[in-house]
Write a protein that binds this ligand. Structure first.
Ligand code: HEC
Length: 163
């Protein structure tokens, strides 16, 4: 028993030297969602509080988040989250992709898929209230409507290859 314990302790110490890439890039605001679209303050505050750690180029790491293996696990979530949706570069997406991602935002919060459970377990205040959810959904609906009024429908329709 003791041997296993020491082995694990040493292993834990050794893995601290494995480099981890932290998501602490510059949060350039020129292409971020709040620069390219009107985002009401309430919605933006919710996004910052509940989504930005995994869906922008800038994660706020609590102290324990830099301890391996927790750090690996978080890096993985951030990578995957950003790949699906990056609020920092939202303005670089094609119209079609923006239109579709907005719909996904509504769907994800409607189904309580986002923010991830593992995240709200630690960040209790990131959990969305019903009011926050309807604020986001109303904003999504209004913004998607304005897309449909402003752009030809063919530029918004989903192509099979576009995610
Ligand atoms: C702890 C990290 C984390 C937080 C916080 C988080 N997400 Fe995510 N999000 C992910 C990951 C990982 C994925 C990709 C895998 C998946 O769908 O589970 C994802 C995927 C998504 C997708 C794409 C889903 C799809 O299937 O295409 C949307 C939209 C999304 N998140 C919106 C949000 C919104 C809105 C919030 C805040 C209310 C939020 N996320 C908070 C990690 C996170």
């Amino acid at each position: 028993m003791k041997k296993i314990f020491y082995f694990l302790l040493i292993l834990l110490a050794v893995i601290q030297f494995i480099p981890v890439e932290y998501n602490e890039g510059k949060n350039t605001t020129t292409h971020s969602i709040e620069t390219v679209h009107h985002v009401p303050d309430a919605v933006l505050t919710t996004f910052k509080n509940s989504c930005y750690d995994c869906h922008t180029n800038q994660t706020n790491y609590p102290w324990y988040a830099k301890i391996r293996p927790v750090a690996f696990w978080i890096a993985n979530h951030v990578d995957e989250g950003k790949e699906e949706l990056n609020f920092s570069t939202f303005g670089d997406y094609s119209l079609r992709r923006q239109f579709h991602k907005l719909e996904e935002i509504s769907e994800q919060i409607e189904e309580n898929e986002m923010p991830l459970k593992s995240y709200t377990l630690i960040h209790g205040n990131a959990k969305l209230t019903e009011v926050q959810k309807s604020e986001i959904k109303d904003w999504v609906t209004a913004l998607r409507d304005s897309f449909q009024r402003s752009y030809p429908i063919d530029s918004l329709k989903r192509k099979k290859t576009v995610k």
